[in-house]
Design a protein around this ligand. Structure first.
Ligand SMILES: [Zn+2]
Length: 154
C-alpha cells in the first residue's frame, strides 16, 4: 500500500489546488514506470465546463505527453471514485490500473453504483484498488462542502 499512498498523496495535493480555486477538491495523477506523467484537478467552475473532471484532464494530458491514446501501462490515481464519464475514458484509454480514495455513493462507477472499469463486456478492463487514503480524500470533500454551506448562511 505504501506505493499507492505515495501517489495518492500527489493526487491529494492536486485536489488541494482545486480547493484553492473554490473548485470541488478532486485531484488525479497518472503514473507510468514510476514516474508521474500527468497531474490535474477538477476545473468545472473555472472553465464552466461540465466535463472538466480531474481524471479526464489527466488522461488528456498523459495522451498528449506520450503522443498516443493508449495508456496501457499507466496507473491512474484519483481522490474520488470515477464517475460514468471518467470510467468510460479510463476504458477507452486502456489505463492498466485505477487507484481511488473516497467512494462516491452518488456517481461512483468503479465499484459503487456499478463497475464499468472491470466489466468484461467491454474490450478493456482495469485493475481497481479502492479506499487508498480514503478517509483523508473524503474529509477534503466534506470539509469543502461544509465551508460552502457556511458561506451561504452568511
Ligand atoms: Zn468524472
Amino acid at each position: 500500500m505504501e506505493r499507492e499512498e505515495k501517489y495518492m498523496r500527489l493526487a491529494i495535493a492536486e485536489a488541494k489546488k482545486a480547493e484553492e480555486m473554490q473548485e470541488v477538491p478532486i485531484g488525479a495523477v497518472i503514473v507510468l514506470n514510476d514516474e508521474v506523467i500527468a497531474a490535474a484537478h477538477n476545473r468545472r467552475e473555472t472553465d464552466q465546463n461540465a466535463v472538466a473532471h480531474a481524471e479526464l484532464l489527466a488522461i488528456e494530458r498523459a495522451c498528449e505527453k506520450l503522443g498516443t491514446w493508449r495508456l496501457e501501462e499507466a496507473e491512474l490515481y484519483v481522490t474520488l471514485e470515477p464517475c460514468p464519464m471518467c470510467s468510460g475514458a479510463i476504458i477507452l484509454s486502456r489505463v492498466k490500473k485505477v487507484v481511488y480514495g473516497a467512494v462516491d455513493p452518488k456517481a461512483g462507477c468503479a465499484g459503487t453504483l456499478m463497475n464499468l472499469v472491470t466489466d468484461e463486456r467491454f474490450n478493456h478492463q482495469s485493475e481497481v484498488i479502492s479506499g487508498v487514503l480514503g478517509e483523508e480524500c473524503g474529509r477534503l470533500l466534506s470539509d469543502f462542502f461544509r465551508s460552502i454551506r457556511k458561506k451561504k448562511k452568511r
